[in-house]
Design a protein around this ligand. Structure first.
Ligand code: HEC
Ligand code: HEC
Ligand code: HEC
Ligand code: HEC
Ligand code: HEC
Length: 186
């Protein structure tokens, strides 16, 4: 009896949480219409409204910076980590931009004001779910499996991938990883 109540409560909380989550996403990320990829990139940028148009492709493809140079904790903790501004300034104290110099100026303004850059979060599971990056990286799952071809992206775009339970569990079944409720839910 007691167990049933707990389960019902978990369901109620979880459902509310996931509804709020869906709503937040729909507000923050209106559906992108049309098939022109450049327009989509522009719209992704506009809809996420990031404070600086950070181009992944320039850094990863052109200048060969490793993902983990910036997402420094992905191998050892649950969170992948976002680079502190000092990482950016290590280069951009001297490197101006040749395509969008005003974006590098903006970075320097944040730095001078000692204000953290208010990046928008794209990938986020509900609070009742735990996602340990390090377990996936050590099992050899590639970033691109879940995040798409980030290294080819200018301003980052969300891959058509809803972070549903079905998505997680399907892969866990395929890969013979645990599907015990308690490994993913607090
Ligand atoms: C020079 C630093 C740098 C490198 C290298 C880098 N990133 Fe990033 N990444 C960032 C910054 C800054 C953000 C936050 C701004 C944004 O969303 O564009 C970010 C955001 C992301 C996000 C979205 C996070 C979220 O949910 O908001 C993903 C996914 C990601 N990076 C994956 C990668 C992968 C995969 C690679 C390697 C192929 C990579 N990054 C290389 C700096 C970097
Ligand atoms: C290892 C060096 C390095 C690091 C670290 C680095 N960048 Fe860059 N970044 C570059 C280079 C090189 C360019 C290309 C500059 C050019 O176009 O001449 C560039 C380009 C850019 C551009 C585009 C400018 C343009 O004109 O197209 C932006 C915006 C930018 N970086 C922001 C960031 C931010 C934000 C961070 C930290 C999260 C960061 N960078 C970290 C080296 C770096
Ligand atoms: C098995 C799928 C999967 C793989 C593989 C994966 N990610 Fe993630 N990533 C996620 C999920 C799910 C989230 C949201 C996690 C959360 O909300 O706690 C996320 C969030 C992020 C974020 C947001 C900020 C943070 O600290 O979590 C970044 C950055 C990121 N991933 C980068 C990477 C990089 C870089 C790699 C490869 C080295 C990678 N991810 C591999 C699924 C994955
Ligand atoms: C593309 C395949 C894939 C996807 C998608 C995926 N996982 Fe995993 N997951 C794995 C693999 C492989 C392991 C490692 C199993 C091992 O270490 O034996 C793992 C391990 C885990 C573990 C540690 C399990 C343990 O035994 O302690 C947790 C927790 C987890 N994943 C949560 C999630 C969540 C939450 C999601 C969805 C948001 C997700 N995973 C999506 C493949 C995936
Ligand atoms: C591999 C990871 C994983 C496992 C195993 C898992 N879940 Fe989930 N669960 C998730 C994710 C991810 C969500 C979606 C959260 C969100 O919408 O952000 C979720 C959502 C839920 C919800 C909320 C309702 C909904 O559909 O969004 C409930 C209730 C739930 N899970 C119960 C369970 C129970 C009971 C088990 C064991 C039979 C279980 N989960 C096993 C990852 C997992």
């Amino acid at each position: 009896m007691r167990k049933q109540w707990i389960l019902a409560a978990v369901f109620a909380v979880a459902t509310l949480a996931s509804l709020a989550f869906v709503e937040a996403r729909e507000n923050g990320n209106p559906a992108v219409a049309g098939d022109d990829t450049e327009a989509q990139a522009a719209q992704a940028q506009a809809s996420f409204d990031d404070p600086i148009a950070f181009p992944h492709d320039v850094h990863v493809q052109e200048y060969q910076i490793d993902c983990q140079y910036c997402h420094f904790s992905v191998e050892r903790s649950s969170s992948a980590g976002l680079p502190p501004m000092a990482t950016c300034m290590g280069c951009h104290a001297v490197v101006d931009g040749s395509e969008n110099p005003e974006e590098v100026e903006r970075l320097r303004e944040f730095w001078e004001e000692r204000e953290p850059i208010p990046w928008n979060r794209i990938y986020k599971v509900s609070d009742h779910v735990q996602f340990p990056h390090m377990r996936h990286i050590s099992a050899g799952v590639d970033c691109a499996t879940c995040h798409g071809d980030v290294e080819g992206m200018g301003v980052i775009e969300e891959v058509e991938q809803e972070l549903t339970m079905g998505w997680c569990v399907n892969c866990h079944v395929e890969e013979q990883a645990s599907i015990d409720c308690a490994v993913c839910h607090y």
